[in-house]
Design a protein around this ligand. Structure first.
Ligand code: MFK
Length: 553
């Protein structure tokens, strides 16, 4: 009988995840943790069990657009996959959005919510995309203070009843650019108290939502982001007919193939202003900050899923006389990936903590500024880390990682969207510069790193603290002198350096805590390994070299 390789398996994804449990044990008060633990464990069981098996069985299904019925009526019906239908029910019932708004655990509610999101995401075929936008829409409507729209939509967006639950789209991208949103061509025409929108939205994730927030330029407004207004619309009327929306086609994408991303034509779509006739980019920013945080949580979740499978497989796969888990080079490879994952995890949950504080009015002014500065940094850094980790995870399975019906290639393809949507790495690097300017420079970040490192006492961790401080000083010196093209060209290295410094500081603090409270060396090993990878990416680059290398002329 020919050899048959046992496949990798998953268990309860909460109980098996020592890193998440350890992080929550430090961050959450014991009573909060005790209250939420059974829910997290149930989600971990579902994600590693029934839902994971469902996901593998549902692998080849994709959303389908039917534009016409048999009699020639335009219907534009999008059928999502079976797993997505199930994920919608679970998301509502388990309060994947609601948890953040019910605030049963006050300032810890975001940490609770994002722990659920982290467990759910790798098994939901990116149903987390509409959930992220739904959360973002609720936040943006509340931030805008539009009472009528808050009363109309927020109860649906935050409902735990699948029959009442709505998801929201976030329609920003047009053919002119996903990044330079100020070039938006959609126009808004006033019609009495109402507005009608005309234009083409080029990349609308999750086109099946019941509502959307979108940008359009009221006729007569100036060009650029300030001349756009933020609009609320419902995708269908009370009779279920499309609200002047044509679904031109579904996008044929490299990954996220379960997400029904569509090109839409708005042809007289009825919409309402959310917050005045201008400042659309500014008014949608609260939504962006929420979806960027979901992006970071999803990056951690995908990395964790890949590593969980790779670790299990390493015990089962025998090569050259021993399981891979006993091979020094294989171990070394997985260890490096785990350290990067843990850096991402601690930074992401630190941002979740800050967000929860801010939303429950428990954040100091400094913490509010810190959140503004860190949101683009954590998104851009974790987006890069997850792709690197999953590329290695695929390789750690050898040829099996490259074969579709193992379910592994989908992980890497899906993860590749994380550095792209919600702002590419470069766009967010430039946003980091603007955010730092808005919060008065690096001081707020430097101060926080100082607070975090104050808790570190073990000699090897103190050495790591010094490495963090050197990297921040280097970043400070660089930003003090960089100007113009040099500043822009170095923005990514600068933002990544700050992110890595923050990740390592948080790893060192967690290591100290874990040594004392859990008598566990793993976090210390992670800090040491991450430190060995290096923090600062800053280097003097010659602009003439860059031009010669990047251009053909
Ligand atoms: C599972 C994972 C979940 C992910 C869900 C995925 C769903 C996918 C859906 C999408 O991909 S939707 C498309 C997402 N698109 C983007 O993220 C756009 C990327 N481009 C940018 O972020 C550009 O930098 C930007 C559009 C913001 C540039 O436009 P502008 O007009 O040049 O904006 P500007 O001048 O930087 O900012 C305008 C105002 O907004 C400023 O305020 P003031 O007018 O008072 O000066 C900014 O301070 C403010 N602002 C901008 N970004 C902000 C912000 N305020 C707070 N937070 C921010 N992030």
């Amino acid at each position: 009988m020919a050899f048959v390789q046992p496949p990798p398996e998953l268990g309860n994804q909460y109980t098996a995840d020592r890193a998440l449990r350890s992080c929550l044990a430090r961050v959450l008060p014991a009573d909060v943790r005790a209250e939420i633990e059974s829910g997290l464990s149930a989600m971990g069981e579902l994600a590693g069990g029934k839902l994971y098996r469902f996901q593998l069985a549902d692998r080849e299904n994709e959303p389908v657009l039917t534009q016409w019925d048999a009699w020639g009526n335009r219907i534009d019906r999008v059928e999502v996959t079976p797993l997505w239908r199930e994920a919608e029910r679970i998301a509502a019932e388990q309060g994947l959005v609601a948890t953040a708004y019910e605030r049963r655990h006050g300032m810890y509610s975001r940490v609770h919510q994002f722990a659920l999101v982290y467990l759910f995401t790798p098994s939901n075929d990116l149903y987390s995309c509409p959930l992220a936008m739904t959360d973002g829409a609720a936040r943006a409507l509340i931030a805008a203070g539009n009472r009528a729209l808050i009363e109309r939509a927020v109860p649906h967006l935050t409902s735990r009843d699948p029959r009442e639950f709505w998801t929201s789209g976030q329609w920003m991208t047009e053919a002119t650019g996903g990044s330079d949103v100020g070039l938006t061509e959609t126009i808004a025409r006033r019609e009495g108290e109402r507005w009608r929108l005309y234009g083409r939205k080029w990349f609308t994730s999750a086109s099946t939502s019941q509502m959307a927030l979108t940008l359009a330029r009221p006729e007569g407004n100036p060009p650029g982001g300030k001349g756009l207004a933020l609009f609320y619309l419902e995708t269908r009327d009370a009779q279920g007919r499309p609200n002047g929306i044509l679904v031109n086609r579904l996008k044929h994408k490299m990954g996220t193939r379960k997400v029904p991303t569509a090109e839409l034509t708005l042809d007289g779509t009825l919409a309402q202003l959310v917050a005045g006739t201008g400042d659309g980019v500014k008014n949608i920013a609260p939504m962006l900050n929420v979806t960027r945080t979901w992006n970071s949580v999803s990056a951690c979740a995908y990395a964790r899923r890949g590593l969980a499978l790779a670790r299990d497989y390493a015990h089962k796969r025998i090569a050259f006389g021993a399981p891979l888990a006993e091979k020094p080079l294989h171990l070394d490879t997985l260890a490096g990936l785990e350290a990067e994952f843990l850096g991402a995890l601690h930074l992401t949950f630190f941002v979740a903590e800050l967000m929860g504080r801010e939303e429950s009015d428990r954040a100091s002014e400094g913490q509010g500024k810190l959140l503004r500065a860190l949101t683009p940094i954590v998104k851009l850094l974790t987006g890069k880390q997850v792709v690197q980790i999953l590329s290695e995870v695929i390789e750690s399975f050898g040829g099996a990682g490259y074969v579709e019906d193992t379910g592994l290639p989908m992980l890497l393809r899906d993860a590749q969207v994380l550095p792209i949507w919600e702002g590419t790495t470069n766009v967010l690097s430039l946003e980091t510069l603007r955010a730092l300017e808005a919060v008065g420079g690096l001081a707020v970040l430097k101060r926080e790193i100082g607070i975090v490192l104050r808790e570190v006492r073990e000699p090897d961790l103190v050495k790591i603290s010094a490495q963090v401080e050197r990297a921040v000083e280097q970043a400070e010196a660089w930003i003090a002198k960089a100007r113009g093209a040099e500043l822009e060209a170095g923005a990514r290295r600068f933002a990544m350096t700050l992110g890595r410094a923050m990740e390592l500081a948080l790893l060192a603090r967690h290591a100290q805590w874990s040594l004392e409270q859990e008598k566990d060396q793993r976090a210390r090993s992670a800090a040491r390994r991450f430190a060995a990878h290096g923090v600062s990416l800053l280097a003097d680059m010659d602009a003439a070299d860059s031009r010669r290398l990047a251009r053909d002329d």
